[in-house]
Ligand binder design. Structure first.
Ligand code: C2E
Ligand code: CA
Ligand code: CA
Ligand code: CA
Length: 278
């Protein structure tokens, strides 16, 4: 077998065949992907636990590589973050997601917010507010139908984070904290952040039926969000038992394979059509 150099990255295509790619090659390929429109968005529904209706959609990037097929974000987003290419990629995602959501509204689907993941570099970018505002203007999407997901690690620099969040709130967009519980989070500052929603990380949801500690953590996070007047969504809901536990503990929304994995635009459209009985 060929030696894997330190500078190589493991890429997996949809058949999980692994290909080792040199960093420089990966960087060039990513640049080509940005220029050549090789990225696509998949969409995963966020479901209201009481009504069973789709009340939000998370946009998740895929790389539709001409030779290697669909590549999952876990295999190129970390490198894109490192190299800075996440900035143009993130801008593409933001524009594509806003454009798609506006198109759905024009087609007459009931309007729901679309969630877009923001990377650390994007969040701390100079003039983030101006950039987002420009995309909203260009696409014609009402800011209330855009939600930005940031992770806990981006809130470590508290003053900077509050400043950026206030600017985003001025635009009228929603903000949620993704993967909540996995990072260092100061509960003291949580109440000071102008955010709308917490997303409980999948790692806690996964074992709620088998690990009493995880069950207690999830129940506590949900209760806390109600006290702080935040909405709460559980990620990675895969079973009916998990759904029942979350319902009993008054979680607002759920997202996970139990309802649907991330799917193509066409598939989410047919789910939106049957929105009354997801
Ligand atoms: P994330 O933001 O935490 O997204 C949720 C991930 O969990 C998605 O993986 C989704 O497919 C997966 N997932 C959803 N429900 C379930 C479930 O019930 N069970 C299991 N096992 N998994 C579930 P995906 O699409 O591969 O994305 C992985 C990560 O890549 C995302 O995690 C996010 O951190 C990053 N990512 C994806 N798209 C973007 C993007 O446009 N920009 C940035 N900066 N990061 C992105
Ligand atoms: Ca997310
Ligand atoms: Ca997440
Ligand atoms: Ca995650």
């Amino acid at each position: 077998a060929k030696e894997k150099g330190r500078n190589d990255f493991q890429i997996f295509n949809s058949d999980m065949k692994s290909v080792s790619i040199n960093r420089l090659k990966l960087e060039n390929e990513l640049r080509k992907a940005i220029a050549g429109d090789e990225f696509i968005l998949y969409y995963q529904p966020q479901v209201d636990i009481e009504s069973g209706r789709i009340v939000g959609i998370e946009a998740l990037i895929r790389w539709d590589h001409p030779e290697r097929g669909i590549i999952s974000p876990n295999h190129f987003i970390p490198f894109a973050e490192e190299s800075g290419l996440i900035v143009p990629i993130g801008e593409w995602v933001l524009r594509a997601a806003c454009k798609q959501n506006k198109a759905w509204q024009i087609q007459g689907f009931p309007p729901v917010p679309i969630s877009v993941n923001l990377s650390m570099r994007q969040f701390f970018q100079h003039n983030l507010k101006g950039k987002i505002s420009y995309v909203l203007e260009q696409t014609g999407l009402d800011p209330q139908y855009l939600e930005l997901e940031i992770t806990e690690s981006m809130t470590m620099d508290v003053d900077h984070a509050i400043q950026s969040l206030l600017e985003l709130k001025e635009l009228g967009v929603n903000v949620s904290i993704d993967d909540f519980g996995t990072g260092y989070s100061s509960l003291y500052y949580l109440k000071k952040f102008p955010i709308d929603k917490l997303k409980i990380d999948r790692s806690f949801v996964r074992d709620i039926m088998v690990d009493p500690n995880d069950a207690a953590i999830v129940a506590t996070i949900i209760a806390m969000t109600h006290h702080l007047n935040l909405k709460v969504i559980a990620e990675g809901v895969e079973t009916e038992d998990q759904l029942r536990f979350l319902h009993q503990n008054r979680c607002n929304e759920v997202q996970g394979y139990w309802f649907s994995p991330p799917v193509s635009a066409e598939k989410i459209e047919s789910m939106l059509n049957g929105n009354a009985h997801v």
